[in-house]
Design a protein around this ligand. Structure first.
Ligand SMILES: Nc1ncnc2c1ncn2[C@@H]1O[C@H](COP(=O)(O)OP(=O)(O)OP(=O)(O)O)[C@@H](O)[C@H]1O
Ligand SMILES: [Mg+2]
Length: 447
């Protein structure tokens, strides 16, 4: 990328969760290989201008420059993986569900899990989970599922994965003058065996037993709301249910990321029982966490300046983003532009310009979220205005949506759109809230 491209135009951010690639689209590539150029040891010292310019233009599909927070959720997932490795959690299920409005950080969390597990494995940790980037559709296709799991376990899938030695009778007559025959199995032949009707679990068991797997396998499934249904009732979604209750007897579990109605979507896919605390609604970032992200962003790009100035950037960006990860990203993009313009010198960079650019992207993000409900904006504002702290019971929301529209079907359609666009979110415990408080204020002001 040419260094001065970022001066030419304000990048347009029309992010819609439907157009973002799922985690699975980076299968095979290490998740930490897509960072800005500042990680390159050969980069000369001094501010990383090229990295700043690239960051300002990059779209938000890449993992964050500095991942912060979410430690409790990560710890819960790692405990669940350790229990899955030990064969536990059969009753209330192994699956972890992480949900949140668009921009809450679901994809970033799944990327971070994969990144840190791969890094720990590279450091020789023999018990860290093996991440499998899995598309929602792969959970309904035995063949695709087997391929996804085996290619994560055996990245070079042309290799033989299992060798067994059997004794065959001479001349094909069983039991007579045994002849030792060695058979090898490869990923493609195991996948073929599933195509021919074998269960994925049997194929996976054959592949991993000889390797004496000591690590749990964790399926990372993003955009779970897009998981195909089971319209014919032929049990194609069984794979997820079997992963959930550990019926396969393998150390495999799933972490599902999805929008605010994922729990209902899962219930329709046959998973209604979740372990206590296994459903995580992504909270806002703490101010200190947003501040940490700013600090690490500045350090990563080798920004020079007084501690006092760094503290000011850290404080004002953390305040401006209101704890919402998407906003944090937008303000960091604004900061990257302003810092690149000042050649990485904090004393000469314009913080107000950085914040204004972030603010513009923030508005674009809200407007994109509202596209799906624009025709019903007055009704949406009315409903949102009625929701007070700590939230409203689900049946009231259903009632209000029904009142605002002609029919029950139109009411439930409006309700679904509001959840998909991040206007509403159902919290554990059944209350419905506006998950992005500043978005609520924006809707009320616009209507
Ligand atoms: N924990 C975090 N630390 C730092 N930045 C984060 C964190 N979580 C998310 N972000 C940043 O916030 C932005 C939105 O995050 P992400 O794309 O993961 O949201 P999402 O919930 O997957 O949204 P969607 O539903 O639209 O797919 C990204 O630019 C990401 O880099
Ligand atoms: Mg996402």
């Amino acid at each position: 990328m040419q260094g001065n491209e970022s001066d030419a135009r304000l990048p347009t951010r029309t992010e819609s969760h439907d157009t973002r690639p799922a985690v699975a689209q980076t299968r095979g590539a290490p998740h930490n290989c897509v960072m800005t150029s500042s990680t390159d040891d050969r980069t000369p010292r001094g501010p990383d201008i090229a990295g700043l310019q690239a960051f300002a233009l990059e779209d938000d599909r890449l993992p964050p420059a500095a991942f912060v927070g979410r430690q409790d959720i990560i710890a819960d997932i790692e405990r669940a993986a350790a229990r899955a490795a030990a064969g536990g959690d059969a009753v209330r299920g192994r699956t972890r569900l992480v949900f949140g409005a668009p921009g809450a950080g679901k994809t970033a969390l799944l990327h971070e899990l994969a990144r840190r597990w791969r890094a720990r494995a590279a450091d020789g940790d023999a018990s860290v989970p093996i991440p499998v980037d899995c598309e929602p559709g792969e959970l309904t296709s035995p063949v695709a599922f087997t391929e996804a799991v085996l290619s994560a376990l055996f990245p070079d899938s042309s290799h033989d994965v299992a060798t067994s030695t059997t004794t065959e009778g001479g001349g094909g007559v069983p039991g007579i003058a045994g002849l030792r025959v060695s058979r090898t199995t490869s990923v493609p032949s195991l996948v073929d065996s599933v195509q021919a009707g074998r269960t994925p679990w049997a194929a996976i068991r054959e592949a991993i037993q000889p390797a004496r797997l000591t690590r749990p396998v964790v399926l990372l499934v993003d955009e779970t709301q897009n998981m195909p249904g089971d319209p014919n009732g032929d049990g194609r979604t069984r794979l997820l249910a079997e992963t959930h209750d550990g019926r396969h007897g393998l150390p495999i579990m799933a972490v599902l990321g999805g929008l605010g109605d994922s729990k209902q979507v899962m219930a329709r896919r046959g998973i209604s029982r979740f372990a206590r605390d296994a459903v995580h609604s992504l909270p806002l970032l703490e101010d200190a966490e947003s501040g940490e992200a700013v600090e690490r962003f500045l350090a990563r790009h080798r920004i020079v300046g007084e501690e006092e100035a760094k503290g000011r950037w850290r404080r004002r960006i953390a305040e401006a983003c209101n704890g919402w990860p998407q906003h944090l990203h937008n303000y960091l993009c604004g900061a990257a532009r302003a810092l690149a313009d000042a050649r990485g010198d904090l004393e000469h960079a314009d913080l107000d310009t950085a914040l204004t650019a972030g603010e513009n992207w923030r508005r674009q993000y809200y407007d994109a979220r509202l596209e799906g409900v624009s025709a019903d904006l007055p009704a949406v504002a009315d409903i949102v205005g009625r929701i007070s702290e700590p939230g409203a019971p689900m049946h009231r929301i259903v009632e209000w949506c029904r009142e605002a529209t002609e029919t029950a079907a139109a009411g439930s359609d409006l309700h679904a759109r509001m959840i998909h666009d991040g206007v509403l979110q159902e919290m554990p415990g059944g209350l419905v809230t506006c998950p992005i408080p500043s978005f609520r204020r924006y809707i009320l002001a616009r209507a």
